[in-house]
Design a protein around this ligand. Structure first.
Ligand code: APR
Ligand code: PHB
Length: 421
C-alpha cells in the first residue's frame, strides 16, 4: 500500500494487522478488571489494600460513568466495605443515616422503624455517583491504572491458566496478561456474553412498567423515604441530601421521557401521595429525568474457570428496596477475599466457593426485591382485586411485629455470613 493514501481508520488497522505491523503492547497484572463502575472500582481498591496488582479497563470515559444516576441506599455491610477500602470519609460526613422509612397505602403513611425492629441497624443514604467519585479519586491518588475509552474489549483463555484481556486504544492493540479476570462490566458487558453457552443459565423476569425518575435541587418532602402504593401506580420519595431530592413514578413501558414535562411529573407525584406530603412537596426544575425498565435477572454460575462475574454483570434486581449496589458490594467482598486468600495463603477454597456463596445471598435479595415490587406496583390487567390484596397485605405487615420485622430485616440487609445451608 503506497504511503500517504487516505484509508478509513478501521481498514488501516486491519491492514496493518494483516501485515503483522499493528502497534501492540503487552502488560502483565494479577487481576484484570473489566468495567470501572462501583464493582470494578471497589474491587480494585480492596485488592490494592492487600497488595494485589490490578488493572481496570473501561469502555466509557470517567465523566460518562459519573453521569449515570442510580440508587443511593447503603446497607451497613456496604458502609463497612467502603471503610475497609479506605474511601468512607466523605460518606460519613455527607451521608444521611436513616433508621426507618414510610409505607404509604390507602392514602396514609406508616413508619417501619428499621432501627428498633432490627436491634439497632440503619441504612445510609449516599448517592451512587458520589460513592463512585470517591472510589475514582482514591484510585487516582494511589496512582493505580484505569484505562478509560478502551475499545473492543475482549476476554480470552479464561479456561486456561493464562487468561488475557485485549482492547484497542489510539489505534493500538493492547494485551493484558493476568492470573484472573474480574467481569465487573455491568448488564451489557462482554464478560458474561463470552461465557460458554452450554455452561451458563440465565433467569429473567421483565416487569411490565418502568420508573420515571427526577432529580431536583429541592428539599426532600420528608426526612426519610416514602414508598407509596396508590391506585394510580407506585411512587417513591427519596433524596440525595437535605437540599436535593430524588423522586420516582411507575409509568407504562411505552412512555417516553419527553412526554413528561416537569409540571406533569409533579402533578402526578402529588396525586400518588398522602394529603400532608402533597402539601409539603416543594417542586422545582428537574436536573435529571430518565425512565428505567425493571428487571429481575440472575446468571448461574458466576465463575467460568479464571473469569468471575461481579455486580450487574451477574444479576439485576428491580430497584424497589435499593439492593443493586449492595449486592454488587458483597460480591466484590467475596471475590477480593478469595483472591487475597489465593495469593497470601495459597488456597483456592474461596475461589471455588465464590459462585455458590454469592448466589445464595443474591437469590435472597432477588426474592425480596421481587416481593416488594409486586406488593407496591399496579400490574396491567390485574384489576382492582390486586390492589385490595396488596392493601390487605400492607395492613397486615404494619400491624404485625413479625411482619414489620421481616420487611425491616430484609431492607437493612443480610450480614456477610448468614449461617449454614
Ligand atoms: N468493556 C469495558 N467496560 C465495559 C464493557 C466492556 N465491554 N461493557 C460495560 N463496561 C463498563 C460500563 O461502561 C460501566 O462503567 O462496565 C461498567 C459497569 O458498571 P455498572 O453498570 O455500574 O455495574 P456495577 O459496577 O456492577 O455496579 C452495580 O450499578 O446498576 C447499578 O444497581 C446497580 O447499583 C448497582 C451498581
Ligand atoms: C434512590 O434514591 O434512587 C432510590 C432509593 C430507594 C430505592 C430505589 C432508589 O428503593
Amino acid at each position: 500500500m503506497p504511503d500517504g493514501q487516505a484509508l478509513p481508520k478501521l481498514a488501516f488497522i486491519v491492514l496493518r494487522q494483516l501485515n503483522g505491523d499493528t502497534p501492540m503492547s503487552t502488560t502483565r497484572t494479577q487481576v484484570a478488571i473489566v468495567g470501572a463502575g462501583p464493582s470494578g472500582l471497589l474491587l480494585g481498591q480492596l485488592l490494592h489494600k492487600a497488595g494485589i496488582d490490578a488493572i481496570i479497563v473501561e469502555r466509557q470515559t470517567g465523566d460518562y460513568v459519573l453521569s449515570r444516576i442510580r440508587a443511593g441506599v447503603l446497607e451497613q455491610v456496604c458502609i463497612d466495605l467502603l471503610d475497609e477500602a479506605g474511601v468512607g470519609q466523605r460518606m460519613h460526613k455527607e451521608g444521611l443515616i436513616h433508621g426507618g422509612f414510610d409505607l404509604l397505602f390507602k392514602g396514609k403513611r406508616h413508619r417501619i422503624d428499621m432501627n428498633q425492629l432490627t436491634g439497632g441497624k440503619n441504612v445510609m443514604v449516599y448517592g451512587q455517583t458520589e460513592l463512585t467519585r470517591d472510589l475514582m479519586d482514591a484510585r487516582q491518588a494511589a496512582g493505580l491504572t484505569t484505562i478509560y475509552e478502551a475499545g473492543n474489549v475482549q476476554v480470552h483463555d479464561f479456561d486456561s491458566q493464562k487468561p488475557r484481556v485485549t482492547y484497542e486504544k489510539n489505534g493500538q492493540l493492547h494485551t493484558i496478561e493476568c492470573d484472573f479476570i474480574a467481569g465487573c462490566d455491568g448488564f451489557h458487558g462482554v464478560c458474561r456474553a463470552s461465557a460458554p453457552k452450554n455452561g451458563i443459565k440465565e433467569f429473567e423476569k421483565v416487569y411490565p412498567f418502568g420508573w420515571l425518575g427526577v432529580l431536583s435541587d429541592t428539599p426532600p418532602v420528608h426526612h426519610e423515604l416514602i414508598y407509596a402504593n396508590s391506585p394510580r401506580g407506585f411512587a417513591l420519595c427519596s433524596q440525595r441530601s437535605e437540599t436535593r431530592s430524588r423522586y420516582y413514578l411507575q409509568v407504562p413501558l411505552t412512555d417516553k421521557v419527553e412526554q413528561w414535562s416537569d409540571e406533569a411529573f409533579w402533578a402526578e407525584l402529588r396525586n400518588r401521595l398522602d394529603p400532608e406530603a402533597r402539601d409539603k412537596l416543594v417542586t422545582g426544575p428537574s436536573i435529571e429525568k430518565s425512565i428505567a425498565p425493571l428487571r429481575s435477572f440472575v446468571t448461574e454460575p458466576m465463575r467460568f474457570g479464571r473469569m468471575f462475574l461481579a455486580g450487574d454483570a451477574g444479576h439485576i434486581v428491580p430497584p424497589t428496596g435499593a439492593k443493586g449496589l449492595n449486592l454488587a458490594a458483597t460480591d466484590v467482598k467475596y471475590l477480593s477475599t478469595a483472591f487475597i486468600e489465593y495469593y497470601q495463603e495459597n488456597t483456592e477454597a474461596g475461589i471455588d466457593s465464590y459462585s455458590e456463596r454469592c448466589l445464595r445471598r443474591i437469590w435472597r435479595a432477588e426474592r425480596f426485591s421481587w416481593w416488594f415490587t409486586q406488593l407496591m406496583h399496579r400490574f396491567p390487567g390485574e384489576g382492582e382485586i390486586a390492589q385490595k390484596f396488596q392493601e390487605a397485605e400492607l395492613d397486615y405487615l404494619i400491624h404485625s411485629e413479625s411482619g414489620s420485622r421481616t420487611i425491616a430485616e430484609n431492607y437493612v440487609g443480610l450480614p456477610l455470613d448468614f449461617g449454614d445451608h
